[in-house]
Structures are given as structure tokens and as C-alpha cells.
Design a protein around this ligand. Structure first.
Ligand code: FHN
Length: 430
């Protein structure tokens, strides 16, 4: 009978809870048609239709060092790359298939170069691995609402051996847990309909992973998808409950607790535009300050945020994403102390912003100009350092904190050349 060990769990999770902020990278053959990683399913493309992208794949600008640097300069502490997504294309040199990056014109083990580059930057390494595989003959397509061949009568006449597919999936996961050094995070994706838990032989899988990578942390998508929290939240943890909940493109109103009211560790996965994989016409990128506020909101509710980039067919992170990462990085340079290692505060959320806390330090993120254009207040006194940041919009340059001569015990995080101080500090603090 599986018994959840909270002490061991908290030990394994400590770096992740401290980190608070990571980068997701969705990249593969789908960057060539540039209609997102689900394009193949939406357009019901067969393996033959899709083969031209395998033949063409030659991302000459692939430079994982640049990706890792971009993540680090944005203040991200871990990076997760899709080692394999639903199209079944392997970005690693698997001995169980020919459908892999080392067999393309690029001729490189993308995952190998990626993990090395991320570790050089001192960041934690994560790999995403799909449970679905639209390329493998033994992955079910008949009555599967996602499979590209779901409506293809001829294709659905074939005999399949799902156990053979599971052997293949488990062996590939064994490969990525064996051949690429210490992995810090495994992001499985995703359970759906009746394809959950032991349908994937999840206990056998998790036991193998934990044996090969005892400290790795694992998401909860052997049980759920971007909706739902899984067995750890429901109070009946299975051996494959996963270590963190993964709300997708949404931030839970009050963080996430289990049935006993215990806070759970969670991570909101967020796209900058509306797609994970590169989409040439999706230019609807969220403004940088909105993404910063999402990060602050996650941390203020006791969660992490993993922010996605989808590199293009040449291997370049889109310029719109780079622009946002730069602004986020500048903000993090001055304000990361209100993010790393922080979480929920004992102080109620103020109307004008959000609050994060770490030990006896409370960080007020003042969004609205409730008191004049740009006042920023931090009060140092015996039991608590109150450092208040105002973030009213990306157009205002953010500089470092300073102390105003009239208020020697107050730290002002200066958000502009001449911040206008409030008439009375007291009015701000009540
Ligand atoms: O289908 C995938 C999708 O392509 C993407 O990888 C997201 C990331 O959380 N997960 C699945 C949808 O929930």
C-alpha cells in the first residue's frame, strides 16, 4: 500500500518552491508549419502528410546556450524542454525509433545540448515527455478525440498492441532518465478521458523513474490534464500522484489546498501569446507587465509560474518573447527578493495590488496609483520589513531602492526620476 511521505516530499521540493519562476520551451517539427504543436491534430495530418517536416527539419540557429542565457537573465531558475511532444518526434537520440532529431539534417541530440547549456547557467534542468504519441502505430486513434487519424476509416482498421506502445514509452523515459545526467524535473503530459493512471502503467513507470532519478520532481499529469488537481489534492495519493499541481493558463483563486486544507505545491503554466508551439500568425502577446503581475499573483498565492516560449523553425525564440523576457528580467533585477522563496502572506490582499512574504519580510506590490503617480513605500521596523513596490506599467523605468532624507527609516523603491511622495505616509500604511 502506497504511503505519502510529506517530509521526504518537502525535502525534494525545496529548490522548486524557492525558485518560483521557470521557462517552458515547446519546440519540434511543428515549428516548421508554424501552426502550433496541435496543428497536426486540427488538420488531421497523417504520418505521411507530416513526414515533409521531418525531412526539412534543420534549425541552423539552434543555440541552447542562448536559450539558457535568456532564461537566466529573465530571472528564471529552471528550464523545461519538450523532449517529445504528441507528434512523436524525439528531440533526443532514442535507440527505439528512427523518428528523432539525430536522424534529421540537423543531426544533433537536441536534449543533450540543451541540458548541458542549462546546467552551465546554473539553472535546474527539466524535460517534458508526452504520454500521447500520434506517430506510433500502436497508439490508439479510433474514438480518440485528439488523434489526427481519428476520422480515417482505413487507418483505424489496423490492429494495435497498446502494451507494445507502453513498453516503447517506458523504455524512452528510461533513456531520458539514464542518458542525460541528473534531471531536476520531469513534466509528463497528459491524462485525459479514460487514459489515466494505470492505463499508462503509471506505478511501474514512477518506480522506474524514482530509482533512476531519486531527487527528480514530477508533475501530476499521469492522473490529470491542465484541469483537475489529482489524487494528492483529493487526499488519496496514488504512487503516481506527482509532486506539483499544474493549472494550465489559469491561476487558482486561492492557491491549491488538499481536502485537509494543506497547501499544495502548484505551478501555473502560461503562454505569452496563445500557443505553446511556434505559431506564425499568433501575435497576441501579453504585455510584459501583465506577465509580471501573473508571476506576482502566483507567488502571492503560494505557487510557481512557468512561462513558455516557442522557438521558430530555425531555433530562434520569437523577438516578441525576447522583448518581454528583457522587461521581466529588468523588473526581477530590482524585485526578485519579493519572488524567490516567497509565498502567501499573513496580510490580506490590498485593493491596490498583491502581497508576497518570506519569513518576516512582507512585500507589497502596489499596482494602482491609489496615492499619486508613483509613491513607493517601505517601512523598516523591529519585527517586519515592509518593502512596497509599485508597478504601474512597463513604460516607467524601474531603478533601485533609496532612502529619503525626510524618512530615514523608510526604503523607497524608486520607480522613476522624481517619484511624488504621498502627503502622509500614514495614509499609505493604514
Ligand atoms: O496538449 C498539450 C499542449 O500541447 C501543451 O504541451 C500543454 C502544456 O501544458 N499541455 C497539453 C495541453 O494541456
Amino acid at each position: 500500500m502506497y504511503k505519502f511521505n510529506r517530509e521526504e516530499y518537502n525535502r525534494r521540493m525545496s529548490w522548486y518552491v524557492d525558485a518560483r519562476f521557470g521557462m517552458f520551451i515547446h519546440w519540434g517539427l511543428y515549428a516548421i508549419p508554424a501552426r502550433s504543436e496541435w496543428g497536426r491534430s486540427y488538420e488531421e495530418l497523417s504520418n505521411e502528410d507530416y513526414q515533409k517536416y521531418f525531412e526539412e527539419f534543420n534549425p541552423v540557429d539552434y543555440n541552447p546556450k542562448a536559450w539558457a542565457k535568456a532564461a537566466k537573465e529573465a530571472g528564471m531558475k529552471y528550464v523545461v524542454l519538450t523532449a517529445k511532444h504528441h507528434d512523436g518526434f524525439c528531440l533526443f537520440d532514442s535507440k527505439y525509433t528512427e523518428y528523432k532529431s539525430t536522424n534529421t539534417k540537423l543531426g544533433r541530440d537536441i536534449v543533450k545540448d540543451f541540458v548541458e547549456a542549462v546546467r552551465v547557467e546554473g539553472l535546474k534542468v527539466g524535460l517534458y515527455f508526452t504520454l500521447l504519441d500520434w506517430y506510433h502505430n500502436d497508439y490508439p486513434s479510433l474514438n480518440d478525440r485528439f488523434h489526427p487519424m481519428r476520422n480515417n476509416e482505413e487507418y483505424n482498421k489496423r490492429e494495435i498492441d497498446f502494451d507494445n506502445y507502453l513498453d516503447y514509452m517506458h523504455k524512452q523515459i528510461e533513456e531520458i532518465c539514464t542518458n542525460y545526467g541528473k534531471l531536476d524535473l520531469l513534466w509528463f503530459d497528459f491524462a485525459y478521458d479514460d487514459m489515466r493512471g494505470e492505463v499508462w502503467r503509471a506505478t511501474e513507470l514512477i518506480n522506474m523513474v524514482r530509482k533512476l532519478q531519486p531527487d527528480v520532481i514530477i508533475d501530476n499529469r499521469l492522473e490529470v490534464s491542465g484541469e483537475g488537481y489529482g489524487s494528492l489534492a483529493e487526499g488519496n495519493p496514488t504512487p503516481y500522484h506527482g509532486d506539483f499541481v499544474t493549472p494550465e493558463k489559469m491561476i487558482p483563486p486561492n492557491g491549491i489546498q488538499d481536502v485537509n486544507g494543506e497547501d499544495l505545491i502548484w505551478e501555473a503554466c502560461v503562454t505569452m501569446n496563445n500557443n505553446w508551439g511556434y505559431h506564425a500568425t499568433d501575435k497576441f502577446y501579453k504585455p510584459a507587465d501583465m506577465l509580471i503581475k501573473k508571476l506576482v499573483e502566483c507567488v502571492s498565492k503560494g505557487g510557481n509560474m512557468i512561462l513558455n516560449v516557442g522557438p521558430d523553425a530555425r531555433g530562434n525564440i520569437p523577438k516578441e518573447a525576447i522583448e518581454r523576457l528583457d522587461i521581466i528580467g529588468n523588473w526581477m533585477k530590482d524585485n526578485s527578493e519579493s519572488i524567490y522563496g516567497c509565498g502567501k502572506s499573513s496580510i490580506e490582499k490590498p485593493d491596490y495590488g498583491r502581497v508576497t512574504q518570506k519569513g518576516n519580510k512582507i512585500y507589497f506590490h502596489i499596482y494602482e496609483n491609489s496615492i499619486g503617480p508613483l509613491p513607493l513605500i517601505g517601512i523598516k521596523h523591529e519585527e517586519v520589513d515592509l518593502i512596497k513596490y509599485l508597478y504601474s506599467g512597463a513604460e516607467v523605468p524601474i531603478s533601485t531602492s533609496w532612502v529619503h532624507s525626510d524618512y530615514p527609516n523608510i526604503v523607497f523603491a524608486n520607480l522613476g526620476e522624481n517619484p511624488i511622495l504621498p502627503d502622509s505616509i500614514d495614509t499609505v500604511l493604514e
